[in-house]
Write a protein that binds this ligand. Structure first.
Ligand code: PLP
Length: 422
């Protein structure tokens, strides 16, 4: 599409947008009494107006039924983890038996690594991107320690080439081949939180498998943001959080995917709890853990219902909007943002966009590396009602989210940004 730098054009795109009504289903924060331009759905997604209803229904059922709510509430608490499966399966491209909402992201990452990082004398290395999110780095470091390795000897972190801001797929694949004999686990972000790069999941997975390694992904910034096909791509496992693009609220219940071929492998070592035990005899309190088939066999504890209710409110919206439609709009919305930014930066002196320009290699986020006055520009944005995100040393991340951001939002942001940088 040929974009134009005008409010009228932005509004014409909004008019044609078949998803435009979803914006009114969200509560958008105000700044100085005016609706903000909220571009931080990559950090905390906005609250759907239906969330309160879902949570209140559980509070009501708890009030009315007490413990009986486990079986007799409108969404019986005993089975709550099942209610989001179909929706999650569509969002990540898996089967319902391969996905489950549980715990928090970093907890799930550890649980998955317990089962899928199985170092041997010969194969003990983990290969990942450099500059992974801190929590992931801590998980890798301490999992290695747990098995008696240091990061120096066993963690391979791939850096972009000199002068480049993100990894080339060909370089990732080559590194996998070069380390093939020693790799136990290849693990990448789905979308890199800092650069916004969407890694090539099928290519990395195939290369990892050819090398004889297990391949997992942290989808924190990918889930609900980009098109995923975890089952078809043969990914071994994945984890994600639900407070970013999934809009399930601060500290929301997270999720995990385990490919069905592993879901039937009951020999896999795992850290277990009663919610992962065969549900037919869960309440017999017998000795001897018998995992349920599928990812459900990795659950530990009984389900957090209030968090789960907020999560279901979000799932309902994703079901209605459809992830394919959202991704299609997202490409246009972020493409428009990129176009407007490039208009401002014609002589390339203000900033550099770190995120790949190929829409196949990114989600909705663009990471703007400021070449001058980064902090000042960011403060000015904030004063003018833009809620964006600052990352040291000088990166402003902006993420127009197709569910609730409009083309007009993007246009107005660019206007304010232009005034701020000049
Ligand atoms: C947001 C994010 C986290 C946060 O971890 P929690 O366990 O949810 O606190 C971890 N890793 C990545 C890549 C993230 O983007």
């Amino acid at each position: 599409m040929k974009f134009e730098n005008s409010l009228a054009f932005a509004r014409s795109l909004d008019k044609r947008d078949t998803l435009k009504s979803y914006r009114s289903q969200f509560l958008i924060p105000k700044v100085n009494g005016k609706t903000s331009i909220y571009l931080t759905g990559n950090s905390l997604g906005l609250q759907p107006k239906t969330t309160k209803k879902f949570v209140n229904e559980e509070l009501d059922d708890w009030a009315k039924l007490g413990v009986e709510g486990h079986v007799h509430s409108r969404r019986p608490w005993l089975y709550y983890h099942k209610f989001s499966k179909k929706s999650l399966a569509k969002i990540v491209g898996g089967k319902p038996t391969e996905v489950v909402a549980m715990n928090q992201l970093t907890v799930n990452l550890h649980l998955m690594m317990v089962s899928f990082y199985r170092p041997t004398k010969q194969r003990f290395k983990i290969l990942t991107e450099s500059g992974a999110f801190s929590s992931d780095q801590y998980a890798f470091e301490t999992q290695l320690k747990f098995h008696g390795y240091t990061t120096d000897e066993a963690l391979i972190e791939l850096k972009p080439r000199n002068g480049e801001s993100y990894l080339r797929t060909e370089d990732i694949l080559q590194a996998i081949r070069e380390n093939a004999d020693e790799l136990a686990l290849v693990i990448f972000g789905g979308v890199q939180y800092y650069t916004g790069q969407f890694f090539n999941i099928p290519a990395i997975t195939t290369a990892g498998h050819e090398a004889g390694a297990i391949v997992g992904f942290d989808l924190a910034h990918a889930v609900g943001n980009v098109a995923l096909n975890l089952h078809k791509d043969n990914v071994d496992f994945a984890v994600w959080c639900s407070y970013k693009y999934l809009n399930a609220g601060p500290g929301a219940i997270a999720g995990a995917f385990v490919h069905e071929r592993h879901g039937r492998n009951f020999q896999l070592p795992r850290f277990s709890g009663w919610w992962g035990h065969n549900e037919k005899e869960r309440f017999q309190m017998k000795k001897g853990f018998v995992p349920m088939e599928g990812v459900d066999g990795w659950q530990l504890s009984n389900f957090p219902i209030l968090q789960g209710a907020a999560h279901l409110a979000s799932m309902e919206i994703f079901d209605q909007a459809g992830i394919k439609n959202l991704v299609a709009k997202s490409k246009l919305l972020t493409g428009y943002l990129e176009f407007l930014l490039n208009e401002i930066n014609k002589d390339r002196k203000y900033f550099r966009i770190l995120t790949p320009s190929d829409p196949k290699e990114r989600g909705c986020q663009l990471s703007i590396f400021m070449l001058q006055n980064g902090r000042k520009v960011f403060q000015k944005l904030t004063r003018e009602g833009v809620i964006a995100d600052w990352r040291e040393p000088n990166v402003i991340r902006v993420a127009p989210v197709p569910l609730y951001n409009s083309f007009e939002d993007v246009f107005r942001f660019a206007e304010i940004f232009q005034r701020a940088v000049r």
